[in-house]
Design a protein around this ligand. Structure first.
Ligand code: ATP
Ligand code: MG
Length: 385
């Protein structure tokens, strides 16, 4: 079976380091190791509109921002397709058919949707489009017959929903058209759901608690130095907690042995640093300075590449156009298989024409036979005007 990746982001803002460790870094690695037949990266503008209907301008402007972040992080358009979701109407059509296979109760149980509804403060006035976005995500994934979705932990319930739709579709229409995808979670725990700099559960574009891939060095430094740490670690000599401490979680996600050699040679690795913090005698400022160095050295090449791509926005749109055109052909092929399986491909269905013609012909024969049994017909008399 072909190994196909589908993944993506909502263009609601620039990408942050949570996106990077949760999914983007892995996409670049997978792209470069070449173990996949196809990589599709979706800029999910239609999905972004489900809770930004009153602000299409925000979505419109961020399509380029997200694409610039991809290119800057190392996505190579010669190896990976970058695709604009709303330019592929087949995805909307698939969503519409899948909606019939999912119950309202099932969507209401989705833990990610539940959290997001609270986060956005929708109360009971949830836009129907937002409520149904897990179904549209299933359409995105299955349209490309994706086998693998590299994503953060928050996407697990979406993948489960997709697998259910695949099973339901293949069972209902007695076919094997759709493929069940697997989620590919980040290799380390910290990266599965990176917290915000405020210590909140998840770094998110919508919560203003993010360090962006495109932040300038001074912004990164200020954000790191203002980070929430262990609130009980008041004096340097106090013992500190590393669990749930965002500074250490970021180090878990980003620090490599070479960073210690370069910026903090008195410690061999992160375990040694954590041990010292736990014992007491290690100040937050020292740890934050180290984290700042680690982030600066990780983000510097990304920012520099971004500035290069920013000089040619027409090129960025060319990349999007090419990726989208190729992707549309594939989505169209899947939609056609879906319609064949559901037998709603009326104009291509020669069998249906023949079958129905036969039925009508037989009915006509029966009528004629019944009439013949009744005796000859009265000649039809033309009504006089
Ligand atoms: P929004 O607030 O608009 O929903 P977001 O910051 O949650 O934005 P998405 O576009 O919804 O970002 O997510 C894109 C991808 O990034 C998904 O694979 C998601 O799992 C991953 N991701 C987002 N935030 C984090 C995070 N804090 N830690 C790890 N992965 C994340
Ligand atoms: Mg999100």
């Amino acid at each position: 079976m072909r190994k196909i990746i589908l993944t993506g982001d909502r263009p609601t803002g620039r990408l942050h380091i949570g996106h990077y460790v949760g999914s983007l870094r892995r996409r670049v690695e997978l792209q470069n190791t070449g173990g996949f037949d196809e990589i599709n990266i979706l800029v999910a503008d239609a999905q972004a509109l489900t809770d930004n209907a009153d602000n299409p301008e925000k979505v419109r402007r961020n399509i380029v921002n997200v694409t610039l972040d991809y290119l800057a992080a190392g996505i190579d358009p010669a190896k990976s397709r970058i695709v604009i979701q709303s330019r592929i109407p087949e995805l909307t059509e698939l969503t519409f058919y899948y909606m019939n296979l999912v119950t309202v109760a099932r969507l209401q149980r989705n833990p990610t949707v539940k959290t997001e509804l609270t986060m956005r403060g929708f109360g009971s006035s949830i836009p129907v489009g937002f409520f149904c976005y897990p179904i549209s995500q299933a359409a995105d994934i299955t349209a490309f017959k994706a086998t693998t979705v590299p994503a953060g932990e928050d996407q697990e319930p979406m993948l489960e929903q997709t697998r259910e739709i695949v099973r339901s579709f293949n069972h209902t229409y007695q076919c094997d058209v759709l493929v069940e995808p697997e989620i590919l979670l980040p290799q380390n725990r910290a990266s599965m759901r990176l917290p915000g700099i405020d210590g909140k559960e998840k770094m998110s574009k919508s919560l203003s608690n993010a360090i962006y891939l495109s932040d300038e060095p001074e912004d990164i430094r200020k954000k790191v130095m203002s980070m929430y740490t262990d609130p009980d670690h008041l004096r340097v000599e106090d013992p500190g907690r590393v669990e749930g401490n965002p500074v250490f979680i970021y180090l878990d996600a980003f620090a490599k042995p070479e960073h210690f050699a370069e910026f903090l040679p008195e410690y061999h690795d992160l375990n040694e640093l954590k041990e010292h913090y736990r014992r007491g005698g290690l100040g937050d400022v020292k740890v934050k300075k180290f984290l700042n160095n680690v982030l600066q050295s990780t983000l510097e090449p990304i920012r520099t590449r971004r500035h290069e791509y920013e000089k040619d926005i027409a090129y960025v749109y060319d990349v999007l156009r090419k990726g989208t055109d190729e992707a549309e052909q594939e989505a169209a092929a899947t939609l056609s298989e879906v319609k064949n399986a559901m037998k709603i491909n009326y104009f291509d269905d020669k069998e249906l024409i023949l079958e129905q013609q036969k039925e009508f012909d037989e009915a006509a024969k029966e009528r004629a036979a019944a009439q013949a049994a009744k005796g000859p017909r009265q000649p039809h008399r033309k009504k006089e005007q």
